[in-house]
Design a protein around this ligand. Structure first.
Ligand SMILES: [Zn+2]
Length: 141
């Protein structure tokens, strides 16, 4: 199977993906490769499922708790005006959740974060930012 998130999960398990923040029982929390919205992270299921409803119900419930922990930590640290969480998977159909902290100074605060996706590339993180943000976030878990 050719799935870019399975590949990323495997790299992470081998310690070769430098964006890992935290390993949960069912998922990996990864720093977003861009920080257009500061604090952007992605939570990726360790196992390949197209839909969350394809997971055993116990795993669904436990992964939901993992999502809640991520949201709570990002709120605590970044103090956003609102957390945006989205799971789409139209591009990569492997369960993952995007966590976008949204701030009150965002001129398009009421719009979905994806409307700015053409600008994400401009906010690609540097290795220094990766180290800094991971160091800040890890102790919360
Ligand atoms: Zn996959």
């Amino acid at each position: 199977m050719n799935c870019s998130l399975c590949e990323r999960v495997n790299l992470t398990a081998e310690g070769k993906y430098p964006f890992l923040i935290h390993e949960f029982p069912h998922s990996y929390l990864m720093l977003g490769e861009h920080q257009f919205f500061r604090g952007y992270c992605v939570l990726v299921s360790k196992s390949h499922h197209k839909e969350m409803t394809d997971m055993p119900s116990k795993v669904q419930a436990e992964m939901f708790q993992e999502m809640m922990k991520v949201s709570a930590v990002l709120q605590k640290h970044f103090q956003p005006a609102k957390m945006n969480m989205c799971s789409l998977g139209n591009v990569v159909p492997h369960v993952h959740w995007h966590f976008f902290p949204r701030y009150s100074n965002d001129p398009q605060f009421k719009d979905p974060p994806w409307l700015r996706m053409n600008e994400f590339e401009k906010a690609k993180v540097t290795q220094e930012e990766v180290r800094e943000l991971i160091e800040i976030l890890r102790p919360y878990f």
